[in-house]
Design a protein around this ligand. Structure first.
Ligand code: FE2
Length: 226
């Protein structure tokens, strides 16, 4: 029979909590933005970038730190009911922090074009770069409500795939795909500039895709899959 602590540890491990419990004393912080707020204009406005980064991402960070404190307290108290109740807030705010930390790196005013192994994989799995863009754009536009569209890498099949996630569900934590490039289709990402016309925002974002960053993520994911 499992001891109470053993039972809590097993439940925490099954729900992905254990890592954050052990790291609860270390606060998450907003990562540096690798460019100025106006760097992605005219495709993404200064106002959107500033609010998105300083307000929205910061809120996910603050709430993640708060929920990790609560998880640590609940773990110390062996309060399994409380731990289970905290899972949704942990997933939402942890996912928000993970997703946005990738998103800022995925964008750049000087992102170049895919080349080399990444371009070869795109052509292998999508026939062409244009077909990847149209497939992922359609997925992004089709997300109901708030969520993300992703280009991900599947280690099991050694292939690129397009996927969508609802809310702030993190791609790898919920699908197993390694995130390479994400499009945030929460209204906070585009409404101030594009109003309700999400397709125009999705079309525009390809102009500031950081293919250098995508290529680095692909190379690392591919390396660890071998
Ligand atoms: Fe966002």
């Amino acid at each position: 029979m499992l001891s109470r602590v053993g039972l809590i540890s097993r439940i925490a491990r099954q729900h992905g909590v254990l890592g954050c419990v052990s790291a609860a004393r270390k606060k998450h912080t907003l990562p540096d933005l690798p460019y100025d707020f106006n760097a992605l204009e005219p495709y993404i406005s200064h106002e959107i970038m500033q609010l998105h980064y300083q307000k929205h991402h910061q809120t996910y960070v603050n709430n993640l730190n708060a929920v990790e404190e609560q998880i640590a307290e609940a773990t110390a108290n062996e309060d399994v009911t409380r731990l289970v109740a905290l899972q949704a807030a942990f997933k939402f705010n942890g996912g928000g922090h993970i997703n946005h930390s990738i998103f800022w790196q995925n964008l750049s005013p000087e992102g170049g074009e895919p080349t080399g192994d990444l371009l070869a994989a795109i052509i292998r799995d999508f026939d062409s770069l244009e077909n990847l863009k149209s497939t992922m754009s359609a997925a992004a536009v089709g997300v109901q409500g708030s969520g993300w569209a992703w280009l991900g890498y599947c280690k099991n099949t050694d292939s690129l795939q397009v996927a969508t996630c609802a809310n702030q569900d993190p791609l790898q934590g919920t699908t197993g795909l390694v995130p390479l490039f994400g499009i945030d289709v929460w209204e906070h990402a585009y409404y101030l500039q594009y109003k309700n016309v999400r397709p125009d925002y999705v079309k525009a974002i390809w102009n500031v895709a950081n293919w250098k960053d995508v290529a680095e993520r692909f190379a690392e994911a591919h390396l660890h899959a071998q």
